[in-house]
Design a protein around this ligand. Sequence first.
Ligand code: THU
Length: 142
Amino acid sequence: MLPVAALAQAALEARRNAYCPYSHFAVGAALLSAEGEIFTGCNVENATQGPGCCAERTALCKAVSEGVRRFTAIAVAGGPEGEPPVDFCPPCGVCRQALAEFCGGELPVILVKDAQQVRTVTLGELLPLAFQRAADCAKKEE
Ligand code: THU
């Protein structure tokens, strides 16, 4: 069973650290590894926009940089800064592609409004026909 409540809570807590002085839109993410560890992330914006990073990719880069590459689920919570999320916040297209590098289409993506209101979709629903790296690249890693 997926620890949905714990992931939702972790995403909401990570959201409190969002650095979003330009958009004032705060996002938190909680990525569950296959080993059961939770990696959290928030969005980190920048005055020049380009270097800014979404919450999901912050969590993913934290995990991968710690040597973790297999994941079971991700929870995402986002909305106007300083107030609880008013709606579900599905990952942006770039984050969908970033997740597809390490996760299959069956990955549950848990959209969080609050600890009680969640909606689970799959990465495959969010990113059908995802571009995948060439099979020979994957083979080299085996
Ligand atoms: N944002 C995320 O962190 N994740 C998403 O999937 C959607 C957008 C951030 C990027 C930017 O800091 C702010 O939300 C407004 O777009």
